[in-house]
Design a binder for this molecule. Structure first.
Ligand code: SF4
Length: 364
């Protein structure tokens, strides 16, 4: 039986592409091959892989995971970091993915290969066609070049993505293109940030992994649900350091802590029930013991908290309990001990920004 190995970049590009291939090649076995060491960070790779797995399961198509050899990818794209999308770095990136796909096709005894990159409006179909045909000759295979995106293809692809509730990513894959895109958008590349606290930050890739894991579960349980968008105010801390008498203290900054001046020096002026108040910028210092009693946790030190923080929602609840304010942005810092007149020096850089996240709503 004829076999077609399809390099899959993401479900947005592959789901409709695979449906069309199936129709055009009814007598061939279609095999998905997820080989994309260009997707950064690894959590995003995992998210896209899981989404493709969901899509292939729905289509009853076998899926093979390629090797995530990120070091090799960095090596082959060295010197091309600042290339624009569709430039020479992308050509190298396609070359690698198609070269490995052709090798995989040979290994699996397939006679044809192709790529879902042909569906992406951001990719040059001509470059893919030339490269695919060259690899086909070198490997004695047939490269399937199909333009399923022309005519009503783009609209069909879009409605397929929506009706199947697939993950629509908003950048191509590599961190070079992501950083360039975010620079133009005047936005933070928050996809590349992951806190040491292991906390799942709002709209982070880890958050999206949870959402799409939930989608998979609901689908299996045959529940009715939809995925909608929510506009909200997001937050990230970039740096947070606390010193006393020029010595750095282990410290943990509660979510939504913000300091307009970025740096402040002051003294603890008041202490009430384990909570200290600095004489500057509304800074609040909370002992680890007080934090434990408010959060019902058992941290033995602030250091432990720094590496294993409670959930973001829990932190927001604590912020409200501590300040008794709905929209407080005062820096709230957890340290092991506080005392009156203690010298405190803080450097804090954090940002707020409008963001849009996916949310699952269960109908029944
Ligand atoms: S922009 Fe996309 S195609 Fe180009 S190098 Fe980055 S991941 Fe590869």
């Amino acid at each position: 039986m004829s076999k077609i190995v399809v390099q899959i970049c993401c479900s947005v590009d592959s789901h409709y592409f695979l449906e069309c291939l199936r129709k055009d090649y009814p007598d061939s076995e279609v095999i998905g091959f997820f080989y994309n060491p260009n997707i950064h960070p690894y959590s995003e790779y995992l998210l896209r892989y899981k989404d493709v797995e969901f899509s292939c399961n729905k289509l009853n198509i076998k899926l093979i995971d390629g090797i995530y050899d990120i070091n090799k990818w960095y090596e082959i794209t060295k010197g091309y970091e600042n290339e624009p999308e569709k430039g020479d770095r992308c050509t190298i990136c396609f070359d690698d993915r198609l070269y490995i796909t052709a090798s995989k096709a040979k290994e699996l005894g397939a006679d044809k290969f192709t790529t879902s990159l042909l569906m992406s409006p951001l990719k040059s179909q001509e470059k893919l066609r030339i490269l695919g045909n060259k690899l086909a000759i070198d490997n004695n295979l047939e490269f399937i070049f199909k333009d399923y995106r022309s005519g009503s293809g783009g609209i069909n692809q879009s409605s397929t993505v929506k009706s199947n509730r697939l993950y629509r990513q908003n950048y191509c894959g590599c961190m070079y293109a992501l950083n360039a895109q975010r620079l133009v958008q005047n936005r933070l590349s928050d996809e590349l940030m992951s806190p040491i606290s292991k906390q799942i930050l709002p709209n982070s890739i880890e958050y999206r992994l949870e959402i799409f894991q939930k989608r998979d579960e609901l689908y299996l349980q045959q529940k009715e649900f939809f995925i909608t968008k929510v506009e909200f105010l997001n937050y990230r801390i970039l740096t947070g350091i606390t010193l006393t008498n020029k010595k750095v203290l282990p410290s943990y900054f509660l979510a939504f802590s913000y300091l307009k001046t970025k740096n402040v020096k002051g003294k603890i002026e008041f202490i009430k029930d384990g909570i200290g108040y600095l004489n500057k910028n509304g800074v609040i210092l909370v002992t680890t013991d007080k934090f434990n009693s408010l959060a019902k946790t058992t941290y033995t030190s602030t250091k432990e908290l720094m590496f294993n923080a409670p959930s973001f929602i829990k932190e927001m609840e604590l912020r409200y309990i501590i300040t008794n304010e709905q929209n407080s942005t005062s820096p709230i810092i957890i340290i092991d001990e506080i005392y009156l007149e203690q010298d405190i020096e803080i450097s804090l850089e954090s940002i707020y920004y409008n963001d849009t996240k996916d949310k699952i709503e269960i109908i029944s």
